[in-house]
Design a protein around this ligand. Structure first.
Ligand code: HEC
Ligand code: HEC
Length: 248
């Protein structure tokens, strides 16, 4: 048995090397180290301070490097980087089309660090792209509930793409879109991706909402008003929508 496993492992290693996986793995590993390297900043801050737990979020809101009260108007809540490789656009302002450019801006502007080399940016971007959101098993990669998902999750998906109108902006699959939107704050912000959204509170660019239920209710009001079908969701509709969101 051990023999067979060893042989399988050996042939996988050969395959990985020929397919270029080894080179990718080395770049990702370099990025992982840089992610924890306080020397990228002039203030002792490392990426991992705000994106702990393999690039997740520390669930805080910042102005520069200072944590502020959630909901502070110029505060920005830390997004999870799980699944960031699939996003259509970066930064809450929705202005950074590429991951490398966004990371450069964070190092230079937020962390007050020296101009990073292209190699540093490539390694950090490769690491960030390697961070997949954990799977709940209820949702396929295209955002559609798996066959075995509970009925409430399936009803929630029907509301998400139907009556709730969420899918017009949070397009299933990436759950975002490239164009920023004004959802009633008087300014346009990035449509955030929703993978692992149950673990990313506080919600919205300024972290103004603590619970996913309140965020979903606020979005329902905006969404149905925009669609000209303004309505309050029933308790059952909100429960179903949350069953879906909690499965992402
Ligand atoms: C002081 C806390 C802090 C540090 C340190 C930090 N980040 Fe962030 N990160 C944030 C916040 C807050 C945002 C949202 C900022 C915005 O969009 O205006 C963010 C956004 C991002 C985004 C954009 C995600 C998206 O979907 O828009 C990426 C990528 C990112 N950070 C990677 C990094 C990397 C790589 C480092 C280290 C070089 C780093 N961060 C250091 C707090 C931090
Ligand atoms: C018109 C486009 C649009 C529609 C429709 C829409 N959203 Fe959003 N959604 C956004 C934008 C833009 C934000 C960020 C707003 C901000 O940060 O102030 C957002 C933020 C969110 C957040 C917070 C995520 C986070 O990481 O902070 C959740 C949850 C959410 N939406 C769920 C929904 C649900 C559920 C629906 C349907 C009931 C919906 N959205 C409909 C554009 C939309």
């Amino acid at each position: 048995m051990r023999h067979v496993l060893r042989a399988a492992l050996l042939s996988f290693t050969c395959f990985a090397a020929t397919a270029g996986f080894a080179a990718d793995a080395a770049l990702i590993e370099k990025g992982r180290k840089l992610f924890a390297d306080a020397k990228l900043s002039s203030t002792g801050a490392a990426c991992v301070n705000c994106h702990p737990n393999n690039g997740h979020t520390d669930n805080k809101t910042y102005v520069g490097l200072n944590a502020v009260k959630d909901g502070t108007p110029d505060g920005r809540s830390t997004p999870t980087l799980w699944g960031a490789g699939r996003r259509s656009v970066y930064a809450w302002a929705g202005t950074a089309p590429a991951l490398e450019g966004n990371i450069r801006a964070i190092i230079v502007n937020r962390m007050k660090g020296a101009e990073p080399t292209p190699e540093t940016l490539a390694a950090l971007a490769a690491y960030v792209r390697s961070l997949a959101p954990p799977k709940t098993g209820n949702i396929d990669d295209d955002g559609v509930p798996a066959k075995k998902a509970p009925a409430a999750v399936k009803r929630g998906f029907a509301l998400f793409t139907g009556k709730g109108g969420c899918g017009a902006c949070h397009v299933p699959g990436s759950f975002d879109k490239a164009e920023p939107e004004d959802v009633g704050t008087g300014a346009k912000f990035k449509v955030p991706a929703l993978w692992a959204v149950s673990q990313t509170a506080p919600y919205f660019h300024d972290g103004r909402t603590e619970s996913l239920e309140d965020a979903a209710k606020a979005m329902w009001a905006v969404s149905t008003k925009k669609a000209g079908t303004a309505s309050d969701p029933t308790d059952k509709e909100i429960a179903d929508l949350l069953a879906y969101l909690n499965s992402l």
